[in-house]
Ligand binder design. Structure first.
Ligand SMILES: [Zn+2]
Length: 98
């Protein structure tokens, strides 16, 4: 009788239960991305605040944080006034008019 074998654990084999898991992401959702039509990037924090990432209006002082969408809309309009490219549909989406 062979006691070894069937009950021996294999420690270095990957555990796979057949289900695919979505990768865990800790990055906040991106509402607006830098691109050819946008000079600003906006992300949403876990607490619901919105961040204008590395905001060019803050002259290198980091992110502008808006506690609510209304403030971020105002902020993005300021970017436009200063000559920054901000997609109009992004502002309308934030303002809730679309
Ligand atoms: Zn900004």
């Amino acid at each position: 009788m062979n006691c070894r074998g069937s009950t021996r654990l294999t420690l270095n084999a990957p555990v796979h239960d057949g289900r695919e898991r979505a990768p865990v992401t800790t990055r906040p959702p991106i509402l607006l991305e830098l691109g050819p039509d946008s000079d600003v990037a906006v992300r949403e924090s876990d607490d619901g605040a919105l961040r204008c990432v590395a905001c060019s209006l803050r002259y290198g002082e980091g992110d502008f944080i808006a506690p609510a969408r209304r403030e971020m809309v105002r902020h993005l309009l300021l970017h436009q006034e200063e000559g920054g490219r901000v997609p109009q549909n992004a502002i309308e989406r934030l303002a809730g008019t679309v």
